[in-house]
Design a protein around this ligand. Structure first.
Ligand SMILES: Nc1nc2c(c(=O)[nH]1)N[C@H]1C(S)=C(S)[C@@H](COP(=O)(O)O)O[C@H]1N2
Ligand SMILES: [Mo]
Length: 202
C-alpha cells in the first residue's frame, strides 16, 4: 500500500479522530444524495453515491492533521480521483479556486491546483469502511498536503471559481490554503493570491 508522507511540524499524534461538526450533523438520505460539480465549468455534472463507488478508486495511507495540532497516523483513504472528476466537467481556463460545500452549510475553499493534485480524492472510505455518518458519510474530499478543515464532511457540491472566497473557518481567520508542511494555519499579512501553474504543467 502506498504511503504518502507529509512533514507536519508542530503536530502531535493522538489515537482517535476528534469529531467536529461546527454546524451540527445533517441527516443524509443516501438514495437522494448527489455530488454536484458546477461553477465555471463547461459541463456541470452530478454523481450518485453508487456512481462514485463504481469508478476507479485510489487507495493510499496518509496522516490526518487538524490545524488545532492533533494528528492521526496512517489512515487508509479510498475514493475516486478529485482531479478526474473536476477535469470531466471541463473547467474554464481561469479557474483558480474550488469551494467544497456541504449538506450542513459548512464550506471551505482550496486552490484549484491543490484540488487537481493527483493525490486529491473524494474519500468514500476511511480504513476500508464507508465513512461513518459522524465522519462525513457519504463523501468528503481528502488532500494529503492540506489541514483537516479542508476535508469537508457531508460534501454535496464542488464549485469551481475564479476568485477566492472565504468558507466557514476562513472567515474566522484560518488560512486560505492550509498547507501542513508550511504551517499555514492562519491568514498572514503577506498572503497573496496563489499563482496557478502554467497550463502545460496541468
Ligand atoms: N461539514 C463539516 N466538515 C468538517 C468540519 C465541520 O465542522 N463540518 N470540521 C473540519 C475540521 S476542523 C476537522 S479537523 C475535520 C475533523 O474530521 P472528523 O470530524 O472526521 O474527525 O473535519 C473537517 N470537516
Ligand atoms: Mo480541524
Amino acid at each position: 500500500m502506498e504511503k504518502i508522507e507529509i512533514k507536519n511540524p508542530g503536530q502531535h499524534y493522538v489515537n482517535n479522530f476528534i469529531l467536529y461538526d461546527a454546524l451540527g450533523g445533517p441527516v443524509i438520505n443516501e438514495n437522494l444524495w448527489k455530488l454536484r460539480i458546477d461553477g465555471i465549468v463547461k459541463k456541470p455534472m452530478e454523481y450518485t453515491y453508487n456512481e462514485l463507488n463504481s469508478m476507479t478508486n485510489i487507495e493510499y495511507i496518509s496522516d490526518f492533521n487538524c490545524v488545532t495540532k492533533w494528528s492521526v497516523k496512517d489512515v487508509k483513504w479510498t475514493g475516486p480521483s478529485l482531479r478526474d472528476l473536476i477535469l470531466k466537467s471541463e473547467p474554464e481556463e481561469d479557474a483558480e479556486w474550488v469551494m467544497f460545500i456541504c449538506a450542513d452549510g459548512y464550506d471551505t475553499p482550496v486552490p484549484y491546483d491543490d484540488a487537481i493534485d493527483e493525490k486529491s480524492i473524494i474519500a468514500l472510505k476511511m480504513n476500508d469502511k464507508p465513512l461513518a455518518i459522524e465522519h462525513g458519510f457519504p463523501a468528503r474530499p481528502f488532500i494529503p498536503s492540506l489541514y483537516g478543515w479542508k476535508s469537508a464532511k457531508w460534501l454535496t457540491e464542488i464549485k469551481i471559481m475564479r476568485d477566492y472566497e472565504d468558507g466557514y473557518w476562513e472567515s474566522y481567520g484560518y488560512h486560505e490554503r492550509g498547507k501542513i508542511e508550511d504551517e499555514e494555519r492562519f491568514k498572514g499579512f503577506a498572503w497573496r493570491k496563489i499563482k496557478r501553474k502554467s497550463k502545460i504543467d496541468r
